[in-house]
Design a protein around this ligand. Structure first.
Ligand code: ASP
Length: 339
């Protein structure tokens, strides 16, 4: 078994600086030390790419997603499984983004990071790193449907079903709609998981797109919403309430959304609930969205929905095809109701 690690940055490899934590730890040295006592995996079975520059994942953009994809593709034939070391802040955006682009990759890719930098006694870095390596060694991560996964705090999740749920807890991630793929223990407990997906062959590279992510809040006016949509973005991801409801009594609020959609801008409606199933029109307060042709995100996480919008825009998908693909499963990111 050979494992390739793509190290992108994040707390796991950070050190203190005058202005807070920054990348700078000796990742290669730490890994060598971590593997020195192991007879299952030796340091010469593991290769490492350190991306330049290493970043705090709060600075990640779709260009960084593409850099990760390029590194994985470049090393495809050198390893049997892949680990991406990443900051926790946007790890679930990246893991979702890579899941769409790597449906034909054919080998498991496991994201991990940590809440504390490596080398501290209290750190979760070693537990998460060894957990990700163990998931890779198991031969069970990266089944046909869940190629890209994320290991954190004793659990393995589908990479496009997971969300960062805590800024400090070692159990920092959750998959609110689907639960986990596996839980560590002696032995690991694997959950049955089957999210059908269609895949995407020969994806074009990720490029940056102007997607407005807007939260609805009580008392928000139509004028404020309109101002947020001027100039018009390429797509809107509106975080509404519950199953996809907005303040429909607020004068002009629904009209701003209808007018945006009429100008050809896809309006995608997600929920502020972590565990959600968006159903536009279930309530009168969401009906105007349905009539305007807004697209509900079903049970997708916000991160999976955002990355999917950027993915589809990067592929040049527009209009009715865009609406159609938002509701289809590219990589298991959404539960598609059976006909
Ligand atoms: N700000 C850090 C990052 O996302 C947080 C972390 O890694 O835990 O890179």
């Amino acid at each position: 078994m050979r494992i390739h690690i793509t190290y992108t940055g994040g707390t796991i490899g950070m050190i203190e600086s005058e202005h807070g934590l920054v990348p700078g730890a000796d990742m290669a040295g730490w890994l060598r030390q971590l593997l020195s006592g192991s007879d299952e995996l030796t340091a010469d079975q593991v290769s490492l790419t350190q991306l330049d520059p290493l970043i705090d994942s709060s600075n990640a953009t779709p260009d960084n997603w593409q850099t990760m994809i390029d590194d994985l593709l470049a090393h495809h034939d050198d390893a049997d499984a892949f680990v991406v070391l990443h900051g926790t802040d946007t790890m679930s955006y990246s893991s979702a983004a890579l899941s769409y682009a790597l449906t034909d990759f054919g080998k498991p890719v496991i994201f991990t990071g940590s809440q504390h930098p490596l080398g501290r006694i209290e750190s979760d870095a070693a537990a998460n790193m060894t957990g990700a390596l163990n998931a890779a060694l198991s031969g069970r991560a990266g089944s046909a449907h869940e190629r890209v996964s994320l290991f954190f705090g004793h659990h393995l999740f589908a990479g496009n079903r997971v969300t960062k749920a805590s800024s400090w807890a070692f159990e920092g991630f959750r998959a609110p709609s689907t639960g986990t793929l596996a839980c560590t223990g002696t032995p690991w407990e694997w959950e049955p998981f089957n999210n059908p997906c269609e895949g995407w062959h020969h994806p074009a590279p990720y490029t940056r797109h102007d997607v407005a992510v807007i939260d609805v809040a009580p008392g928000m006016s139509a004028a404020r919403l309109a101002a947020m949509l001027d100039p018009l973005p390429e797509a809107v991801l509106l975080r509404a309430y519950g199953v996809g409801n907005i303040p429909s009594d607020e004068p002009g609020f629904a009209d701003v959304i209808a007018c945006t959609a009429e100008q050809g801008v896809p309006v995608v409606v997600a929920s502020q609930c972590q565990q959600a199933n968006v159903m536009l029109g279930r309530y009168e307060t969401g009906d105007a969205l349905a009539r305007a042709g807004a697209i509900g995100t079903g049970d997708m996480t916000l991160e999976a929905a955002y990355a999917k919008i950027v993915f589809l825009l990067s592929q040049g998908v527009k209009g009715a095809d865009f609406t159609d693909w938002m509701g289809r499963s590219i990589a298991g990111e959404i539960t598609v109701p059976q006909a």
